[in-house]
Design a protein. Structure first.
Length: 213
């Protein structure tokens, strides 16, 4: 079975809502986590990540009294770690990265609550370095993952590629090559065109088109 991980940055209204593809990878169903670096300020660039048909959209706002910086919404079969309903309003729940090992997985191995948030909802005390648990349900089975954030920045995320498998959150991600912006692509194409023109002129005296008998 192949699971697709998709990550894309949603451009602001100044860019007429265009989306830029940030990363796309296919992973096998082996019991090994897939980690992706993002390094994006989601306050200025809301970012969506998708796995096994479930999607999470991350955004952020300036610091508030309860540290409600990170915002998240989910679609389809996705859910994130949340506060239990017995504490009143259900909100996304983050874990500080410096409080020891943080794991997300199936109960009773790992205790935790997960909730879907169709509308953007902000997590309290999400200032600083935090982990947010991610869960996607596909064909009755749960895939677990996490997102690593620092204030308004989504540093990266990971998912286990085998269902019902616990994942250990980490702050270390493999480096990724950034995708050029449209203006950069245009400059590259112009450069390739100039190089091609020079090569053609070198091959053909006087720069004339070659003829074939």
């Amino acid at each position: 079975m192949m699971n697709a991980i998709l990550c894309r940055h949603m451009k602001s209204l100044a860019f007429a809502g265009l989306s830029a593809l940030a990363c796309l990878a296919a992973t096998s169903a082996e019991a090994a986590p897939v980690l992706r670096s993002v390094e994006t300020n989601v306050q200025t660039n809301p970012t969506e990540i998708c796995f096994a048909g479930g999607c999470f959209t991350f955004t952020a706002q300036p610091f508030t009294g309860f540290g409600e910086i990170l915002g998240v919404s989910t679609s389809a079969n996705a859910a994130v770690s949340s506060t239990p309903p017995i504490f009143g309003a259900v909100l996304p729940s983050v874990s500080f990265t410096d409080r020891g090992t943080v794991q997300y997985g199936p109960p009773p191995e790992v205790f935790g609550f997960y909730s879907a948030f169709p509308e953007t909802t902000f997590a309290r005390f999400s200032n600083g370095d935090n982990f947010l648990g991610l869960r996607v349900t596909q064909n009755g089975q749960d895939f677990y993952g996490f997102a690593y954030t620092t204030d308004q920045v989504l540093n990266g995320f990971g998912f286990e590629t085998s269902p019902e498998t616990t994942i250990t959150a980490t702050t270390v991600f493999p480096a990724t090559t950034p995708i050029p912006e449209p203006a950069t692509w245009a400059m590259m194409l112009l450069g390739f065109g100039a190089v091609g023109s020079v090569l053609r002129r070198r091959r053909t005296p006087g720069g004339s088109m070659p003829s074939y008998a």
